[in-house]
Design a protein around this ligand. Structure first.
Ligand SMILES: [Zn+2]
Length: 314
């Protein structure tokens, strides 16, 4: 479960969060004591480093989302950079654990599995709007502190559920569902800019926030918007109210996280320390099983045993 991190130089240090990750998790790589942004890769993924979220001098960070079908095993981290003495190389490894995605059957309105021509057109226009909203550069991190829950952490469906809708159409759940009532407030998970506030066919009333670094948070099925596209928001600011618009079986907040074009597990973002990384380089990174009890464990919690089981979202 622990990352075996090999430092090839004593000048600069590199931290991996978490030390061992599941497919679909976000991974944050922090490097210090470099005069320029390093380059490199984690496995096959090219990394884009930006000045650290807390603007610490000489510190650089890259955020990457593991693919949901990433094979368990070991990924190599290979970085090249420069410090005040010249060029250097840094490396390490990341353990990728077995996925724990569940299979689940759901029943939704027929209009969502066999949409009318009008609904198909609505859905196609939504797709264009999503693509435009997600078309951002690697702008600097727009936040200086860690992410917060947009609602209390009462999970009814974890990230990655593989779902069969009405006995036929299969889809994967690229977010988490937070149990709520219609009218409950929703809070921005961090500072950023609203890049979408739109009535969509499947996701209902939808807010997307860009936090820099091609990192987005998504809020689906709202009953009311309290922000507009283009608006700058702060962590914890109210952005709207919970609802049951779009393809849902009951009221809740569907919360998603997208990094560089790929949906990732939101709970992995919440357990990440962007600011003030550990005092020593992470050789033994935080164990997934030692996460605070308020963070639901996607691999253990089983909403099918809770009275809210009917509230899953496709
Ligand atoms: Zn959902």
């Amino acid at each position: 479960m622990l990352a075996a991190l090999l430092l090839l130089t004593l000048k600069a240090d590199v931290w991996l969060q978490p030390g061992a990750a599941h497919p679909g998790d976000l991974v944050l790589i922090t490097v210090d004591a470099l005069t320029h942004a390093p380059t490199g890769r984690l496995g096959n993924e090219e990394l884009t480093f930006l000045p650290a979220a807390d603007h610490a001098h000489g510190v650089w960070q890259a955020l990457v989302g593991l693919k949901v079908d990433q094979k368990p095993g070991v990924l190599a981290l290979e970085l090249s950079g420069r410090d005040e003495h010249g060029a250097l190389h840094l490396g390490g490894t990341l353990d990728v654990l077995q996925p724990a995605f569940r299979h689940r059957e759901l029943t939704v309105g027929a209009k969502f599995t066999s949409p009318s021509k009008k609904d198909q057109q609505h859905s196609a226009r939504d797709q264009v709007a999503f693509n435009e909203a997600f078309d951002r550069d690697f702008e600097p991190f727009a936040f200086t502190h860690d992410f917060v829950w947009p609602r209390p952490p009462d999970l009814t469906a974890p990230f990655g559920d593989i779902r069969v809708l009405n006995g036929r159409k299969q889809s994967q759940h690229f977010g988490i569902d937070l149990d709520s009532e219609v009218g409950d407030p929703i809070w921005a998970a961090n500072d950023g800019t609203v890049v979408m506030a739109r009535d969509c066919f499947a996701s209902g009333n939808t807010v997307l926030i860009h936090h820099g670094a091609r990192l987005f948070t998504a809020y689906f099925h709202l009953s009311k918007f309290e922000v507009k596209q283009g608006q700058v928001v702060k962590a914890g600011q109210r952005i709207g109210l919970v609802g049951k618009t779009g393809r849902v079986t009951g009221p809740h907040l569907h919360w998603g996280v997208k990094i560089d074009g790929r949906w990732a597990n939101p709970t992995s973002l919440l357990s990440m320390a962007f600011v003030a990384p550990p005092a020593a380089p992470v050789v033994a990174a935080p164990d997934l099983e030692s996460m605070p009890p308020t963070v639901p464990d996607a691999g253990i919690s089983d909403p099918s045993t809770s009275p809210d089981a009917s509230r899953g979202t496709p």
